[in-house]
Ligand binder design. Structure first.
Ligand code: KIV
Length: 286
């Protein structure tokens, strides 16, 4: 497994970063509570990390890579091997953002000790600064165990995709009073246990507002209204690469359309023998 955390500029296909900024730290993210909103996006590959990094505070190597990169039906089959390989690539492609890596399903739930072993592997193999795990009250002892041992933890409450089978789907959470109270208790529990930030996914605005007001750490929303301390989206969703996205996604670009148009032109040029042209052809020197 790779232990190289910096990019090899001799072999990289991209230009070296022109003016590297200092990498943000977990305490700096924590201090942003109530301040300028935190900007977070998912990244799974080195080139995407390079492109996103200058604008972002946090790059999340989400286990959503199961669906986005591997075409899996959910995040459940994602492995530690996958997270470590993609995590290391994103660390190599970034110099400014805090890189947070999702702990995959099955790698942390059994015990705080099991969670520590998985988190230690992720951090040692990728060079990332923090991990993210899903769950609330039940995961609070694990969040405390990791945080007290030098592993910064980002929590994730509300719609927790690894629990899709228990939740029965990907719909918004917190509609009933009981669910509202449970999600609030979850957020409080992991914040009190030492989480440095919490992702709140797919929850109603009043609940997002209450959680954000009540917990000490920044709350980063995804489908959780503008009331949070920051926002995160799956990058491929906001770039318009997929036909179907959740209601909370705003597509900022039509990348699928642009790629299709470019490939159509390429195919036409190949078939008409207009590509490759003289500029792309090695000719004998005179
Ligand atoms: O896996 C992921 O990409 C996530 C975000 C959607 C928050 O957890």
């Amino acid at each position: 497994m790779s232990t190289t955390f910096t990019i090899d500029t001799a072999t990289s296909r991209a230009n070296p970063t022109p003016a590297p900024m200092k990498r943000l730290t977990v305490p700096a993210i924590r201090k942003r509570k109530g301040g300028e909103p935190l900007v977070m996006l998912t990244a799974y590959t080195v080139r995407m990390a390079q492109l996103l990094d200058p604008q972002c505070d946090i790059l999340l190597v989400g286990d959503s890579l199961g669906q986005v990169i591997y075409g899996l039906p959910s995040t459940l089959p994602v492995t530690l091997d996958m997270m470590c390989a993609h995590g290391a690539a994103v660390v190599r492609g970034s110099y400014h953002s805090v890189v947070v890596i999702d702990m995959p399903f099955g790698s942390y739930e059994a015990s705080p000790q099991a969670a520590f072993a998985s988190a230690a592997r992720i951090m040692a193999e990728t060079g990332a600064a923090a991990v993210k795990l899903e769950g609330g009250v039940a995961m609070a002892p694990t969040v405390a165990f990791l945080s007290e041992r030098g592993v910064p933890v980002m929590g994730h409450v509300g719609l927790t995709p690894q629990a899709v089978n228990a939740l029965g789907g990907y719909g918004a959470r917190g509609r009933s009073e009981a669910e509202h109270a449970k999600i609030l208790a979850d957020a409080r529990a992991i914040a009190d246990a030492g989480a440095f930030a919490i992702v709140a996914e797919g929850i109603l605005e009043p609940l997002a507002r209450t959680i954000t007001a009540e917990v000490a750490c920044p709350v980063i929303g995804i489908g959780a209204s503008a009331q949070c301390d920051g926002q995160v989206l799956v990058t491929e969703d906001m770039l318009g690469l997929f036909e179907r996205t959740p209601r909370f996604v705003k597509t900022f670009e039509d990348m699928a359309g642009r790629i299709s148009a470019a490939v159509e032109t390429y195919a036409r040029d190949v078939r008409s023998r207009t590509f490759p042209g003289v500029d792309q052809t090695y000719l004998p020197k005179d």
